[in-house]
Design a protein around this ligand. Structure first.
Ligand code: CU
Length: 136
């Protein structure tokens, strides 16, 4: 699992990197190179979604914009909690639960639609640690 996650992050980072792809994009159209760079930077600036885990609740926005997004996850609870996102062909989570006070990050490419967020620690989903994220 860690290897899969790292590979996914690496692919996404490469895809979102404005440095290496600039020449190819400028050859496909008349747009100046500077326009391409500006677009990439603006996208990266709004890419983080904050997630708070506690007993037994997941606090985060209900709606997110499509694109490459990093979930920045904090365990504000007393027990160990984790994070999983499923939907639109995506199914990925933290490789290990977060202990109290720990933080974790997952970077994914979100497309428009509905995703289910949950805590995969035993029994927590049934106690309320599940919710829907709408991506538009
Ligand atoms: Cu939990």
């Amino acid at each position: 699992m860690p290897k899969l996650l790292l590979t996914l992050v690496a692919v996404l980072l490469f895809a979102g990197c404005p440095g290496g792809e600039v020449k190819d994009e400028s050859q496909s159209g008349p747009r100046p190179t500077t326009v391409t760079r500006t677009t990439g930077t603006a996208d990266a600036a709004s890419s983080t979604i904050a997630v708070d885990l506690l007993e037994y609740e997941i606090r985060m926005p209900e709606i997110a914009k499509a694109g490459r997004r990093t979930f920045s996850i904090i365990n504000h609870g007393k027990e160990a909690h984790s994070f999983r996102i499923e939907g639109n062909g995506l199914d990925i989570g933290l490789t290990e639960p977060l202990e109290r006070g720990d933080t974790g990050q997952i970077t994914v490419a979100l497309t428009a639609g509905s995703y289910t967020i949950s805590c995969p620690v035993d029994g927590h989903k049934g106690k309320g640690m599940t919710r829907t994220l709408r991506v538009e």
